[in-house]
Design a protein around this ligand. Structure first.
Ligand code: FE
Length: 174
């Protein structure tokens, strides 16, 4: 490749982005240094919002579970993608363990219970959750749900209570 061809490759796109395309979102560091950014979900379980896609009905977040934490049994109507950043976790319903550096696909229709065992001080996993998490009892009876809107509400309530301000969540919403 000659110099002109290389120079051409480095030329940026010259036109505006589509006017209806939402602004991009860059969060650094994704693992926050400010503990207040973590939103409590249940004992020993917190999430850190990254993208709260109100327009497309999904969210991406970091899930943090500490020592002997359990994320309530839930069913997924749509797929979930996960990437383990730290520690390890497993589902009570499966015999594999998700370890640091691992990728996990959760299929639509799955019902499972995420646990972090006592020997793991902390796990952090990136998840993209589409649609909803439907919380269920061991027989599959619905006990509640989360979707991007309930997650936004939880963020708003937490950030108001902790002094960051309810509108702190707005930066994550598209
Ligand atoms: Fe799940």
């Amino acid at each position: 490749m000659d110099d002109a061809a290389i120079a051409k490759k480095w030329e940026p796109y010259r036109h505006p982005q589509p006017k209806d395309s939402p602004p991009e979102l860059v969060i650094a560091p994704a693992i926050p240094t400010d503990e207040r950014v973590w939103v409590p979900l249940e004992p020993n379980v917190d999430f850190r919002p990254l993208l709260l896609s109100a327009s497309a009905g999904y969210w991406t977040n970091l899930l943090r579970v500490r020592k002997s934490g359990v994320l309530s049994r839930h069913r997924h109507p749509q797929p979930v993608h996960g990437f383990v950043l730290k520690g390890e976790w497993r589902y009570l319903e499966h015999d594999w363990i998700a370890r640091e550096g691992g990728y996990v696909y959760e299929a639509p229709g799955e019902t499972h219970t995420l646990v972090v065992d006592a020997h793991v001080p902390e796990m952090i996993t990136f998840f993209q959750v589409n649609g909803a998490m439907i919380y269920v009892d061991p027989d599959g009876k619905n006990t509640g749900y989360d979707d991007v809107f309930t997650r936004i509400d939880k963020c708003r309530a937490h950030y108001a209570a902790i002094g960051l301000g309810a509108d702190y969540v707005d930066r994550f919403i598209r």
